[in-house]
Design a protein around this ligand. Structure first.
Ligand SMILES: Cc1cc2nc3c(=O)[nH]c(=O)nc-3n(C[C@H](O)[C@H](O)[C@H](O)COP(=O)(O)OP(=O)(O)OC[C@H]3O[C@@H](n4cnc5c(N)ncnc54)[C@H](O)[C@@H]3O)c2cc1C
Length: 338
C-alpha cells in the first residue's frame, strides 16, 4: 500500500519513480485485506485508543486521511462502502483488487520479484514474516501464525538501521487476529478470524483464565495477550448464550479446531457447549522505524506503512490509513529534498 501510494503520488508530482516489489504480485497485504481505510471519528478517541503512539504522527494521519481517501477515489479506486460500519470510526471500504490495479496503473513502473539496496522510501510492510525478529521483539510464548503477505520480513527495518535510523516505541506490539490453531490459506485470513473473544470465556492450555477486564472492540488486546501464553495458544469456550449470535456460531462452525467440552485438556466450566483452540495470526507489527512528521528516518531516507512504528502503539488503528497518508508524505518529502 505505502510504496504504491508514494510512487503514484510522486508520478503526479512529476517524478519517475520505480517500485521494487519483492513478491510475485503487487499489493502486498493490502490486496489480502478487508480494505477498510479508516480513522477514529474523534481525535480524542484516537489518543485514548492508542495512548502511547506518537501524537504528532497520529495528528498527521487523522488530519490527512480524508484527503487521502478522496485522492484514491480521484484515481478511480473502486469504493465498496462509503462508511465503516463502526460508529466510532469514519472511512471507506475499497475493493482491494481494484485499489491495487488503480495504484499500479498510477505508479506505472512496478518491478515484480525485484528489490534494491539503495531505496529512497522504505515500504516493505513490517517484520511479521521473520520469525527471528518476531521472537526477538515480541517474545511470544510460541510461534505465531502469519496472517499477511509472506514477503514482509523486516528488510526495511534492517536497511533503515544500517543507514542510521532509530527504532520506535511499541516494538513488542503487533496487530492480528486469533485464528483457529491450524493451517489456513490467504483466502481464509478474513472468514477464519475468530473475532468473538469478548463473548467467550478464554483459557490457556493450563486451564487458567488469563485475560482480566473487558476485551477491546478490535480484540487486539486479547490477541496480544494470547501470544504471551504457553505455546501462544488459547481456548475460547462458548455457552448457549454466546452461540445465539449467528456470526459467532458460523465462525465456530468453520473452525477446524472446535472441540467438544469433554475433549478439552482441562475441565470446562459448566454450561460450555464448545471450545475452539486459537492462536494469533500476526498481520503486521506495530513497532518499527521511527520517523518524523516528514516521514524521514535518516539522511535522504524515508519510510511509510508498517515499516514505520509508533503510530498505533498501545492499541490499534488502521494500517492502511497510515500507509496511505505517510506514503504520500514520503513522496513529497523525498522530492522536495532533491
Ligand atoms: C486479512 C487482512 C485484513 C486486513 N484488513 C485491514 C483493514 O480492513 N483495514 C486496515 O487498515 N488494514 C487492514 N489490514 C492491514 C493492512 O493490509 C496493512 O496495514 C497494510 O497493507 C500495510 O501497508 P504496507 O504498505 O506497509 O504493507 P503491504 O501492503 O504489505 O506492502 C508491503 C510490500 O512490500 C513488499 N516487500 C517486502 N520486502 C520487500 C523488499 N525487500 N523489497 C521490495 N519489496 C518488498 C511486500 O511484498 C509487499 O508487497 C489487513 C491485513 C490483512 C492481511
Amino acid at each position: 500500500m505505502a510504496g504504491l501510494c508514494a510512487a503514484a503520488h510522486a508520478r503526479e508530482l512529476g517524478a519517475t519513480p520505480v517500485v521494487y516489489e519483492k513478491g510475485t504480485r503487487a499489493g502486498g497485504s493490502m490486496l489480502l485485506s478487508s480494505c477498510v481505510i479508516w480513522r477514529f471519528r474523534e481525535w480524542d478517541d484516537f489518543r485514548a485508543e492508542c495512548p502511547t503512539g506518537d501524537e504528532q504522527l497520529q495528528r498527521s494521519v487523522w488530519e490527512r486521511l480524508d484527503d487521502g481517501i478522496a485522492w484514491l477515489e480521484s484515481l478511480g479506486a473502486p469504493v465498496v462502502k462509503h462508511e465503516t460500519g463502526n460508529p466510532r470510526t469514519v472511512g471507506k471500504r475499497f475493493d482491494p483488487r481494484g485499489l491495487t490495479e488503480t495504484l499500479v496503473a498510477a505508479a506505472r513502473d512496478v518491478r515484480l520479484g525485484e528489490t534494491t539496496s539503495d531505496p529512497t522510501i522504505l515500504a516493505t510492510g513490517g517484520f511479521q514474516g521473520d520469525t527471528e525478529l518476531v521472537g526477538e521483539h515480541i517474545h511470544p510464548g510460541g510461534a505465531l501464525r502469519l496472517r499477511a503477505n509472506p514477503w514482509s520480513a523486516g528488510d526495511g527495518m534492517r536497511l533503515g538501521l544500517e543507514r542510521g535510523a532509530e527504532l520506535s516505541s511499541g516494538l513488542d506490539e503487533f496487530y492480528g487476529r486469533n485464528m483457529p490453531d491450524a493451517d489456513f490459506t490467504e483466502e481464509q485470513f478474513v472468514p477464519f478470524a475468530q473475532l468473538y473473544g469478548r463473548t467467550a470465556r478464554v483459557f490457556n492450555e493450563r486451564g487458567e483464565e488469563f485475560f482480566g477486564g473487558e476485551v477491546s472492540w478490535s480484540e487486539n488486546d486479547l490477541v496480544q495477550a494470547t501470544a504471551q501464553q504457553p505455546g501462544a495458544r488459547a481456548w475460547y469456550l462458548l455457552d448457549d448464550e454466546a452461540l445465539k449470535d449467528r456470526d459467532v456460531a458460523e465462525r465456530v462452525a468453520r473452525a477446524p479446531t472446535r472441540t467438544e467440552p469433554d475433549d478439552l485438556p482441562f475441565t470446562a466450566p459448566s454450561g460450555t457447549r464448545v471450545g475452539v483452540r486459537v492462536k494469533p495470526g500476526i498481520t503486521h507489527t506495530i513497532g518499527g522505524l521511527r520517523i518524523d512528521e516528514h516521514a524521514r528516518v535518516a539522511e535522504s531516507l524515508y519510510a511509510a506503512g508498517a515499516d514505520v512504528g509508533g503510530i498505533s502503539t498501545g492499541g490499534y488503528a488502521s494500517g492502511l490509513a497510515a500507509a496511505l497518508v505517510f506514503g504520500r508524505i514520503a513522496a513529497e518529502s523525498a522530492l522536495s529534498s532533491l
